[in-house]
Design a protein around this ligand. Structure first.
Ligand code: NAD
Ligand code: MG
Length: 325
C-alpha cells in the first residue's frame, strides 16, 4: 500500500440515505491476510493531524472503520436495551453498530460538540430497525449521570446493558505539566462517571443484565506521558473485578474490554503527541493500530447472555501486546 493509499483509506466514505458507508478499499497487491479488511487496514506512518478535544471521527484521515459496512449480526443481543457512553465515535461507535445489528436497542451518550458523529451513529442504528436514542451531555456531572441512566431506561423501556466507554486522554510530558484541573477532568470522566453510572444502572437492572467497562493495556503497562489516564484504566480494571463479585448474587455480570492502540479521535485530539501519531501502532506485534471494527465483537461477547459464566473477565484486543491482567 502506498502512502497515498493509506491517506485515502476509507476517506471515500459516502453518506448514503443518511447512513455512513465507509467501505474499506482492498489495496491492490496487498499480501493475503486473514480477512480482506485486515489486509487493507492502514499501517504507519500516519499523517500528523490535530483536532480540538474531543475530536470527530468524520474529520480523521484516514477515517476509522467502525464496521459500518462489514459487521454482521446474528441475534446475540436480541431484545436487549443498551446504553453506551462515548457511542458517537471510535470504539463506542463500533460497539453501538454491532449491538444494533445483534438486535439491541441502543442509547448513546456523547458531548454536544460531537453531534455530527452522533447523527451518523443514530442513522446506522435506525437503519437496523432498532430504537436509537441520543442523549448528549457531560459525564463529569453526577446529576447528569443519574439523569442519563434514567432517561435511557425510560426511552428504551428498560436497561439490560451499560457500556462505560467514554474517556479523556491528554498527553503531558511530565507530572509537573498535569494541572489539578487536568487531573480532576480525567478522574471525573474516567473514574467518577463509571462509578456514578454503575450506581444508577444497578438500581434498575435485573438478573441477566451486564455492565461492560473499557480498560486498556495501559492498565498494566503505562506510557510515561499519559500518567493520569493510565491510572484510570487500572482503576476501571479493578472496579470491574470487584463489582463482578459484588453483583454475582444479583445475577448481574460485569466484564471489561482492554484495547491496545486503536485509531480513534481520542488519539488526534490531544491523546497522543505528533510523533506518536505518526508511528501509531508500530510497536504492536501486528505493526499497526486496530480499527474500531476489530474490537466490536468483544463488546458483544462481554454482554452476550450465552457467555453466562463470564463475569469479572477482561477481553483483550491488543494486536499482540501484553494483556493488562
Ligand atoms: P473516542 O474519542 O472515539 O471516544 C471517547 C469518547 O469519550 C468521546 O467520543 C466522547 O463522547 C466521550 N467523552 C469524553 N469526555 C466526555 C465527557 N466529559 N462527557 C461525555 N462524554 C465524554 O476514543 P476511543 O479511543 O474510542 O475511546 C473509547 C475508550 O477506549 C476509552 O475508554 C479509552 O480509554 C479506551 N481505549 C482507547 C484506546 C485507543 O488507542 N484508542 C486504547 C485503549 C483504551
Ligand atoms: Mg467522539
Amino acid at each position: 500500500m502506498t502512502d497515498t493509499d493509506r491517506r485515502t483509506f476509507v476517506t471515500g466514505a459516502a453518506l448514503a440515505a443518511g447512513v455512513a458507508a465507509a467501505a474499506p478499499a482492498i489495496a491492490q497487491g496487498a499480501k493475503p491476510a486473514t480477512t480482506p479488511q485486515a489486509a487493507a487496514y492502514p499501517k504507519p506512518p500516519f499523517p500528523v493531524q490535530r483536532q480540538p478535544w474531543p475530536g470527530l471521527a468524520s474529520k480523521m484521515n484516514p477515517r476509522p472503520d467502525h464496521g459500518e459496512t462489514s459487521y454482521k449480526g446474528s441475534g446475540r443481543l436480541a431484545g436487549k436495551k443498551a446504553l453506551i457512553t462515548g457511542g458517537d465515535s471510535g470504539i463506542g461507535r463500533a460497539a453501538a453498530i454491532a449491538y444494533a445489528r445483534e438486535g439491541a436497542d441502543v442509547a448513546i451518550n456523547y458531548l454536544p460538540a460531537e453531534e455530527p458523529d452522533a447523527r451518523e451513529v443514530i442513522a446506522l442504528i435506525k437503519a437496523e430497525g432498532r430504537n436509537a436514542v441520543a442523549i448528549p451531555g457531560d459525564l463529569r456531572d453526577e446529576a447528569f449521570c443519574r439523569k442519563l441512566v434514567e432517561q435511557a431506561a425510560a426511552k428504551l423501556g428498560g436497561l439490560d446493558i451499560l457500556v462505560n466507554n467514554a474517556a479523556r486522554q491528554q498527553t503531558r510530558p511530565t507530572i509537573a505539566d498535569i494541572s489539578s484541573e487536568d487531573f480532576d477532568a480525567t478522574m471525573k470522566t474516567n473514574v467518577y462517571a463509571p462509578f456514578w453510572l454503575t450506581k444508577a444502572a444497578v438500581a434498575r437492572m435485573g438478573p441477566g443484565s451486564v455492565i461492560v467497562n473499557t480498560s486498556s493495556e495501559q492498565a498494566g503497562d503505562p506510557s510515561k506521558d499519559i500518567i493520569d489516564y493510565a491510572m484510570t484504566r487500572a482503576a476501571v480494571l479493578n472496579f470491574t473485578k470487584g463489582m463482578a463479585k459484588q453483583l454475582a448474587e444479583k445475577g448481574i455480570r460485569v466484564n471489561a474490554v482492554a484495547p491496545g492502540p486503536f485509531w480513534t479521535p481520542l488519539q488526534v485530539s490531544g491523546g497522543a503527541t505528533p510523533e506518536k501519531q505518526k508511528s501509531f501502532g508500530e510497536s504492536s506485534p501486528l505493526g499497526r493500530p486496530g480499527q474500531p471494527a476489530e474490537i466490536a465483537g468483544l463488546y458483544v461477547a462481554a454482554a452476550d447472555p450465552a457467555l453466562s459464566f463470564s463475569t469479572g473477565q477482561i477481553f483483550g484486543a491488543t494486536g499482540g501486546g501484553g494483556q493488562p491482567a
